[in-house]
Write a protein that binds this ligand. Structure first.
Ligand code: ADP
Ligand code: MG
Length: 251
């Protein structure tokens, strides 16, 4: 089957009974999660609960031990599936900015476009400028990452992911490494993306963002999804003791 045949009615992400073990350590203990196109699903939970492993499993940076993951209806756990093709539909932004220090901003934005998307230099640069505009950094195309603030570097990392024209974006604690005064500018870019209808799965400690921007909020603990619901409900009226304990520590 060609991976170009996208089922537009399919969930963006469908995770079924996902199990992931590292040696003896069962880190994901049967995760079921469906993300529909346009949803912004935020994930919170204590350190070590499996949030990053879940996100990394979605684009197969981690190979599932059990269960299935479907991206836009395509089973990425099926060995027949061309995972690289599916991966290009998923943008990912991590805590660290992971920019190439020896390339200027535009260079950072065009490398993968040229290598993976086989775009011409001119086309890649045109798209690069467009995406820089979108994250409010049109004037920084020639700057080197070392000369940018952490917030600017993270916005470049988001622009770089957007250059691939992904159908969905995964964010793993994108503001956790930032000085507090730089968090807002990155959250604003993410909020704009959400308003434009981008499908997003966001691991975050920013409860304000989760409450205001999230369409759903998931609380993970010990490799399980403990709670999954409307952000205001989960934060304001948590149903499980473990959620209550966690929220009382962080809020
Ligand atoms: P979180 O993002 O919620 O803090 P992680 O998904 O990073 O949690 O980690 C969950 C558990 O999986 C932790 O116990 C961690 O040590 C373990 N783990 C994560 N990645 C690896 C790996 N590559 N090898 C072995 N153990 C890992
Ligand atoms: Mg993590």
């Amino acid at each position: 089957m060609s991976t170009d045949l996208i089922d537009i009615h399919a969930p963006a992400i469908e995770i079924q009974s996902l199990v992931k073990t590292f040696g003896e350590n069962e880190v994901l203990k049967g995760i079921d999660l469906t993300v529909m196109p346009g949803e912004v699903v935020c994930v919170i939970g204590p350190s070590g609960s499996g949030k990053s492993t879940l996100l990394r499993s979605v684009n197969l940076l981690e190979e599932p031990t059990g269960g299935r993951i479907l991206i836009e209806g395509i089973d990425v756990t099926d060995p027949e599936t061309d995972i690289d093709r599916v991966r290009t539909r998923i943008g990912m932004v991590f805590q660290g900015f992971n920019l190439f220090p020896h390339l200027d901003v535009l260079g950072n934005l065009t490398v993968a476009q040229r290598r993976v998307k086989k775009r011409s230099k001119a086309e890649a640069e045109k798209i690069g400028h467009e995406m820089l505009e979108r994250v409010g950094l049109a004037h920084k195309a020639d700057a080197y990452p070392g000369h940018l603030s952490g917030g600017q570097q993270q916005r470049v990392a988001i622009a770089r992911a957007l250059c691939m024209k992904p159908d969905m974006m995964l964010f793993d604690e994108p503001t956790s490494a930032l000085d507090p005064e730089l968090v807002g500018e990155v959250l604003q870019v993410m909020r704009d993306l959400a308003d434009e209808g981008m499908t997003m799965l966001v691991v975050t400690h920013e409860m304000g963002f989760a409450r205001e921007v999230g369409s759903r909020l998931i609380f993970m603990d010990g490799g399980h999804i403990v709670e999954d619901g409307d952000p205001r409900e989960v934060l304001g009226n948590p149903q499980h003791q473990r959620t209550q304990d966690f929220l009382s520590r962080v809020l």
